[in-house]
Design a binder for this molecule. Structure first.
Ligand code: KG4
Ligand code: ZN
Length: 347
């Protein structure tokens, strides 16, 4: 089955053509246009601007992704996300499915992030280390970390998912974005904090880290609850008390922040591994692009003798290939009265 997939939940307008391939999904074409630069000067997303950019980009992006391809279905992310942005993708998908007389498939954007781990098109994927096993083996524990969500889920099958833990307050990505703002780094903050953090050598970090200590909230709590607002508040206090915030200090705080968030995420994921004894752990969402997190989680998961999967960098942030993957792996056919659901939950 070949699917045209559309993604417009936030500030990316994306379209992709994907098809089923073995136990996973192969991407024939994936196009992503972003309005992120337009939001940079405001230090955050302006929903009105994002929606307007979606309208401008949607037809050119779909045209480029589709080429001369004929598809069997049209899939679209219908939530969670910004209402104005979501409407653009959802309405466009409806029109195309109706005109082509093809099924309309609705996709949960967060589930799509998780199912990115079933994309098998690229020979350079890291996942080939498990004796040719290219897609996760179930049951799996999934950690999905984005700008609005931080969830741990137990995946018993491709459709039987259970929410087992997550953040009580800020999402991990949101914490990265806020930390960046406090440190005077540009928007979007996650990649900037990551970049600043990686400028600090291990030696340097060892020397200074005790001067810039941040909390690891709930790290000793036996539940799978997380909290990231406290780390952000601690940075605010740290920055306030700092008369001379040099670039070096900013980099060290960025490194300490990345370490703190990573430690919490890794600890809670490994707690879930102990509790549920999965065969694989899958990491997904925008924050899955974080170098520290990718490396640290892989080490711990493999140490426990379990397979670890994480998408290639190009599929961590919002894209439509993941929407196509979700549509193929757990298809949910919709009627033409599909409406966006801005607050849709991961499970
Ligand atoms: O999944 P995503 O692209 O959009 C949502 O569905 O929210 O996630 C975006 C989030 C932002 O908060 C961004 O700062 C964060 O992912 N992010 C990162 C990195 N790249 C993106 N956070 C930490 N390190 C990164 N390298
Ligand atoms: Zn996303």
């Amino acid at each position: 089955m070949k699917v045209l997939a559309i993604e417009s939940t936030c500030d990316e307008t994306a379209a992709a053509v994907v098809e089923s391939f073995g136990g996973g999904v192969r991407v024939l074409k994936s196009v992503v246009a972003s309005s992120v630069e337009m939001h940079e000067k405001y230090g955050g997303i302006v929903p009105e601007v994002a929606a307007r950019e979606q309208i401008k980009s949607i037809v050119p992006v779909i045209t480029e992704a589709l080429g001369k391809e004929k598809v069997d279905a049209v899939a679209v992310s219908y939530g969670p996300g910004l209402m104005g942005s979501l409407l653009v993708g959802v309405e466009t998908a409806k029109v195309l499915a109706w005109a082509w007389k093809k099924p309309l498939l609705k996709v949960n954007h967060m589930a799509a992030h998780v199912l990115t781990n079933w994309i098998v098109d690229d020979e350079t994927t890291l996942r080939q280390s498990y004796a040719g096993q290219r897609v996760p083996v179930l049951p799996a524990v999934g950690l999905v970390v984005s700008g609005g969500h931080t969830d741990l889920i137990l995946m018993r099958s491709l459709t039987d998912w259970e929410w087992i833990g997550g953040t009580r307050d800020d999402a991990a990505g949101e914490a990265f974005d806020k930390a960046a703002r406090l440190l005077g780094l540009p928007y979007p903050g996650g990649p900037e904090v990551d970049k600043a953090a990686s400028k600090v050598t291990d030696e340097e970090f060892e020397k200074y880290k005790n001067l810039f200590k941040l909390p690891r909230p709930l790290i000793h709590d036996p539940r799978l609850d997380m909290s990231f607002s406290g780390i952000k508040a601690a940075i605010a206090r740290m920055v306030e008390g700092e008369k001379d915030l040099t670039e070096k200090k900013i980099n060290i705080i960025a490194r300490e922040f990345s370490e703190a968030v990573t430690e919490v995420l890794v600890k809670k994921t490994m707690l879930a591994v102990e509790k549920f004894a999965p065969k694989s752990v899958v990491l997904a969402g925008g924050v899955a692009a974080n170098k520290k997190l990718r490396e640290a989680l892989r080490i711990e998961v493999e140490k426990a003798g379990i397979m670890f999967f994480v998408p290639e960098l190009k599929y961590c942030g919002d894209n439509a290939a993941m929407v196509g993957a979700a549509a193929i792996l757990r298809p949910e056919e919709s009627t033409f009265d599909l409406k966006p659901e801005p607050s849709l939950q991961t499970v």
